[in-house]
Design a binder for this molecule. Structure first.
Ligand code: ATP
Ligand code: MG
Length: 445
């Protein structure tokens, strides 16, 4: 018989293994705590939506819709479906479908996998995770500033340095239209420098040409007419409002007149948080306003603004800071030998969990639980603060041995404790010895 063929993950789609899970948890816990502290509520939308939703919400002439969507026909009923490439479209659909803003504006956040058929490389995958926020129903610049400032709080709490903010305003549709005419004329006068993609986009999405990564076009693009100088009074006042709040809160930023969003329904504020530490995939968070979007979906005219972060890119920055200082995998590791001791260990482990402790039970093989010595090695490796040991002697005397594995100066103390007093003994010891700091994340370099 030939060897069965190995099945591997889909190209560009990654497993997150237990070794990396603590960093992911740390990111998610920190982000969720911050979002909550600003009054944002969680929303979960399906991973699959009608293809038409994304075509309309993102715009036909964008990288995503042109070439990156995982779209398919449901063979059961012929529905045209797409794995979500981003989170805003689904959230906006849900806001309209459930009439969520009937009693006022809403602050929302989401997280989850997104799918784009791109060329996989560092920081660019086909399944990747985003953490995002959407504030719907707010018109003023204060909410734009709030979204930006909660990002800064997140970088601070995670200990990320060297993340900078780029800011721009892309005005409204009318202002963009006036700019667009001049922009196309400018590009046409430099037709010899335009690459094939730029030529293709010249009349469909010229704004996106400003975003080009082609070095040969940089100088030409730098000299292009700037949208900022086409802003009318209201757009300008909004932008000034955002900048003023950022200034007054000591948020540093640079205005990048070339910063645009490739998506059709963005207006006014756009921003990106970027780092030089990740090579060319340096944008860890991108956001902006999309006031016209909800109305184009048939909803009541409702402004919106949000951002999305690429979690993989942030995790990579966190990895550069070292291993997160985290409590071990568990509080207590249960060691036992003998048939009755195993049953007692089970019972005691449940009681400890009732008291809120994390407990790992040593599991026996068909030939037994192994020597005390080998079990104690596992207990040490588990990161537990205590080992609870049950052997024939302990069972006979209705006691358990409780050994502390993380003594002050590394010494390991062992006590014999009545079986019924073990839970209190350990809870007291853990409560007494803990010194938690919830404000900031700590890393071991
Ligand atoms: P890029 O210019 O890098 O393609 P984008 O404009 O397509 O980015 P957005 O749609 O704004 O990206 O997504 C928000 C964030 O999600 C990005 O800033 C990035 O951090 C992350 N992201 C986007 N696409 C990917 C991907 N394929 N793999 C990993 N992260 C991604
Ligand atoms: Mg992209």
């Amino acid at each position: 018989m030939s060897k069965p063929e190995k099945i591997v993950a889909i190209k560009g789609m990654n497993d997150i293994l237990p070794a990396d899970a603590p960093l992911w948890e740390l990111f998610e816990n920190t982000a969720e705590t911050i979002l909550k502290s600003y009054g944002y509520q969680k929303i979960v939308t399906p991973i699959v939506e009608e293809t038409g939703l994304f075509k309309r919400a993102i715009g036909a002439v964008t990288d995503i819709v042109e070439k990156e969507m995982y779209s398919f026909t449901d063979s059961m009923n012929g529905d045209e479906l797409t794995l979500r490439p981003e989170g805003t479209a689904g959230v906006v659909r849900a806001v309209i479908e459930h009439n969520m803003v009937y009693d006022g504006p809403k602050r929302l956040w989401y997280k989850g996998p997104m799918f784009r058929h791109e060329r996989p490389q560092r920081g660019r995958y086909r399944q990747f995770f985003q953490f995002g926020a959407e504030a719907v129903g707010f018109t003023g610049p204060d909410i734009d500033a709030e979204l930006i400032m909660l990002c800064r709080r997140l970088w601070d709490d995670l200990g990320l340095q060297n993340v900078r903010l780029e800011l721009n305003s892309i005005g409204n549709a009318e202002e963009r239209l006036r700019h667009r005419a001049d922009l196309i004329a400018y590009f046409e006068s430099h037709a010899d420098i335009l690459d094939a993609e730029a030529q293709r986009r010249l009349h469909s999405n010229p704004l996106r040409i400003l975003d080009t990564k082609n070095p040969a076009m940089q100088e030409m693009v730098n000299g292009a007419p700037q949208l900022l100088s086409y802003l009318g009074e209201e757009s300008r006042a909004h932008f000034e409002g955002v900048k003023r709040l950022l200034d007054r809160n000591n948020v540093q930023f640079t205005v990048n007149p070339r910063l645009v969003r490739g998506l059709d329904y963005y207006n006014r504020t756009v921003f990106e948080w970027v780092t030089e530490e990740l090579g060319s995939q340096g944008t860890i968070c991108a956001g902006g306003r999309y006031d016209p979007l909800i109305e184009t979906f048939g909803g009541k005219a409702t402004p919106g603004v949000g951002f999305a972060m690429g979690i993989e890119r942030i995790i990579e920055l966190m990895k550069g800071l070292g291993e997160p200082a985290q409590p071990g995998q568990c509080d207590v590791y249960m060691v036992h030998q003998g048939e009755e001791a195993q049953v007692q260990a089970f019972i005691l482990a449940e009681r400890l969990r009732d008291a809120g402790l994390d407990v790992v039970l040593h599991c026996a093989t068909p030939t037994g639980a192994g020597s005390f010595k080998s079990q104690m090695k596992k207990a040490d490796g588990s990161g537990a603060s205590f080992a609870v040991i049950l052997g024939e002697d302990e069972v006979a005397n209705n006691v358990a041995a409780v050994k502390s594995l993380r003594g002050e100066s590394g010494e390991q103390q062992q006590a014999t404790v009545a079986f019924d007093a073990v839970v209190d003994h350990i809870v007291d010891a853990i409560v007494g010895g803990h010194d938690h700091d919830h404000d900031h994340v700590h890393y071991h370099p």
